[in-house]
Design a protein around this ligand. Sequence first.
Ligand code: COA
Length: 258
Amino acid sequence: MYENILVEVRGRVAIITVNRPKKLNALNIATRSELVAAVEELRNNSEVRVIVLTGAGDKSFIAGADIGEFEGRTALTQREVMRGTRAFDVLEECPKPVIAMINGFCLGGGCELALSCDIRIAAETAKLGQPEINLGIIPGGGGTQRLTRLVGEGKAMQLILTGDMIDASEAKAIGLVNEVVPAAELESYTMTLANKIAEKSPIALQMAKESVKSAARMNLREGLEHEIDLFALCFSSEDKEEGVKAFLEKRKPEFKGR
Ligand code: COA
């Protein structure tokens, strides 16, 4: 069904793999459209509770936008491409948790896709950066906004103005990735994390993601009010009844997503 990505569902976890290893999984327009379609499909699949995003091969997560497509492209066309596919927003707005499994080069639009995910796990061998400045352009998939919110203005500015790549340990030190693991353990570590999250109530996961995300767009007072609304909404779910009952009965809860 897809030409540039692979989608695999393993129990409650879906794995989307950008599959253009010869181009280091660079994001061409077709890949962006397929990513959007896959996330929309998985968002509506009630079996799937967590999504993992990665790149094919052991060299690259995603090495950015497909630079080959930039040649000769006009400003208007480029704006249409960015506004038309919205792969970054679709990942961020997906109600299910999304984990970036960063297995190598995570650059430009690849770094911006990782920034649109909720948790980032990197292999020790990963290299991250926003190298657009070297092409005479700037990040256009949220890099100046999401990176700044995640690591602070000083670090974001340095990465974006120099275009330098940093290694996984430095990315962890500045808060760009959550965890760094040996490359051979990246998949098992990430899948264990994904399965752990997938055991929680999907309703509570959705409310938690929405509430945390709202911190970037609301002031503190609005955010606190919004949190109370979402917290209260959890009390309308069967999962909340099950979670409380299971605790009192000293057993593991079975969340149904209702
Ligand atoms: N767009 C299109 N093609 C890309 C690409 C991109 N972003 N990144 C890598 N590729 C292609 C290369 O052109 C090469 O294709 P070829 O074999 O047909 O010549 C292939 O992927 C392998 O890349 P190569 O450069 O030979 O690997 P390397 O190990 O020497 O270098 C990088 C790896 C990531 C440092 C280098 O490929 C690079 O700088 N890529 C561009 C990163 C970038 O600027 N991203 C932001 C874009 S806005």
